[in-house]
Design a binder for this molecule. Structure first.
Ligand code: UDX
Ligand code: UDX
Length: 456
């Protein structure tokens, strides 16, 4: 029986390992993490992350061939394959601060693996890492006179939060990078076999290690670039009277462009896009490639511009003052169907509104706990209210910041009736029926469609 250990029971490690365990009853999967609370939660039906369909997958395999533990050393020792899925945040200190990846957790893992291993192992990079990280890892793993052989593979994860289970069950592709040596190719085939249990062979792509590492950064950079591109056009739409939804549809029907990732918004969030682009920028700079670095950095700058622009529009349309006005923020997660708030545009928007001395009421169906942790410094300016109707009661404005389906189904007449007048509605996700809201009496702003006002 093949034994897998995954270090890191987060948004990536947890769901990915649960899916492997579900699909491969003959493979034993041990997920280990230094965070005791997280591991304890994985053992209950209150999982530490919200992801539609995840609990069913976990329940099918948990206790059978899927185990969660804080005993990292034992997990490593027993394993034939060790996935490393620990966090690799942007560095906040020293060289490359604000841009490069902080690899300290990865290196600690490599040292631990070397320390406790008594048999040969395949080490799989699941975390997103800069190109050629595997080389550094190999040096750490093989330092000294350790007789154990480690073969490093890169197997980046492309799942998106909110659709993780579908993405894992039926991925567009699985990517595995390995060395072009006999041992490298053998390891690569061992991992490919596991995925081939449920994924068609032609979707399992194999490349050299560096291509695999770089493909992950590039995929996220391209996706984020599409969002920034349509957001750039949204500003021009507002200036010219074009409608960004119509433009996105018109260009998306060109099969060379395609319709996905063309939804204008307050900006992209999530733990990956910004971090990975900055990582790419840092890599380009490291290799002396200034123009490519500047080109990709602009995707992040455009995103920040879009977040700022939203707040500025709110301020200007509400007569240039929002001090002590009550603003209901509907949605705090970085996208729908997740409780994750990492890099959520809502954080920036709330901070800037609070800097204008607005009083905020934050509401979200799944992200309230994380939201409370994001802005401790604003505790005296923010209330939290899960019920969107209560959150909007008495408010001067409602801002929709996450595309939760339930916000489409709200009774906006009821919301309007309970608000201060004029009642402002700012749709940061372009998801509502703006004409209907305007006819109800709202002052309506939506991204890339402009401002509908009764006041002028
Ligand atoms: C992480 C990375 O952030 C991302 O770059 C990569 O692509 C996939 O892995 P995610 O799963 O979202 O993504 O991170 P997170 O939810 O923070 O989980 C990481 C886990 O690793 C945490 O539970 C943390 O406790 C654990 N960890 C970290 C260890 O077990 N050991 C360590 O030394 C460091
Ligand atoms: C992303 C990648 O999609 C995934 O392949 C990778 O493994 C991790 O990073 P994730 O961050 O979970 O996944 O979500 P994603 O659906 O890509 O959305 C990212 C952000 O872009 C969200 O804030 C979302 O609201 C925003 N977005 C997305 C838009 O504003 N418009 C769009 O058209 C699409």
């Amino acid at each position: 029986m093949i034994k897998i250990c995954c270090i890191g029971a987060g948004y990536v490690g947890g769901p990915t390992m649960a899916m492997i365990a579900k699909q491969c009853p003959d493979v034993q999967v041990n997920v280990v993490d230094i965070n005791e609370t997280r591991i304890a939660a994985w053992q209950t039906d209150e999982l530490p992350i919200y992801e539609p369909g995840l609990l069913d997958v976990v329940k099918e395999a948990r206790g059978r061939n899927l185990f969660f533990s804080t005993d990292v050393d034992q997990g490593i020792r027993d394993a034939d394959i060790v996935f490393v899925s620990v966090n690799t945040p942007t560095k906040t200190f020293g060289e490359g601060a604000g841009c490069a990846s902080d690899l300290q957790y990865w290196e600690l893992c490599a040292r631990r693996i070397k320390e406790v291993s008594t048999s040969d192992k395949i080490i799989v990079e699941k975390s997103t890492l800069p190109v050629r990280t595997a080389e550094a890892m190999e040096r750490v793993l093989h330092a000294g006179d350790n007789p154990v052989h480690f073969e490093v593979l890169s197997n980046p994860e492309f799942l998106a939060e909110g659709t993780a289970i579908e993405d894992l069950e039926c991925p567009d592709r699985v990517l595995i990078g390995g060395h072009e040596t006999a041992t490298g190719q053998k390891a690569l085939q061992t991992l490919a076999e596991i995925y081939a249990t449920w994924i068609p062979r032609e979707r399992i792509l194999t490349t050299n290690l560096w291509s695999s590492e770089l493909s992950k950064l590039t995929a996220n950079a391209f996706l984020a670039q599409r969002v920034s591109s349509i957001n750039a056009i949204s500003a021009l739409c507002e200036a010219t009277g074009a409608d960004v939804g119509e433009v996105a549809h018109a260009i998306g029907t060109d099969s060379r462009i395609g319709p996905k990732f063309l939804k204008a918004s307050i900006g992209f969030g999530g733990s990956c896009f910004k971090k990975d682009i900055l990582n790419l920028v840092y890599l380009c700079e490291t290799y002396g490639l200034k123009e490519p670095a500047d080109y990709w950095r602009q995707v992040v700058l455009m995103n920040e511009y879009q977040e700022r622009r939203f707040v500025t529009t709110m301020l200007h349309s509400m007569f240039n003052t929002i001090a002590n006005k009550r603003i209901a923020v509907l949605g705090f997660a970085f996208k729908a169907d997740t409780g994750d708030t990492r890099e959520s545009p809502a954080i920036k928007v709330c901070r800037e509104l609070a800097a204008e001395h607005a009083t905020l009421v934050v509401s979200d169906p799944e992200a309230m706990e994380n939201a409370k942790l994001e802005m401790p410094e604003l505790a005296d300016r923010i209330e939290f209210e899960e019920d969107p109707y209560k959150a909007a009661a008495g408010a001067h404005a409602v801002a929709i910041l996450t595309d939760w389906r339930l916000y489409k189904e709200l009774d906006f007449q009821r919301i309007f009736d309970g608000m201060q007048k004029p009642a402002f509605l700012f749709d940061g996700r372009n998801m509502l029926d703006h004409d209907a809201l305007f006819n109800m009496g709202f002052e309506v702003y939506s991204i890339g469609k402009g401002y509908k006002s009764h006041l002028r």
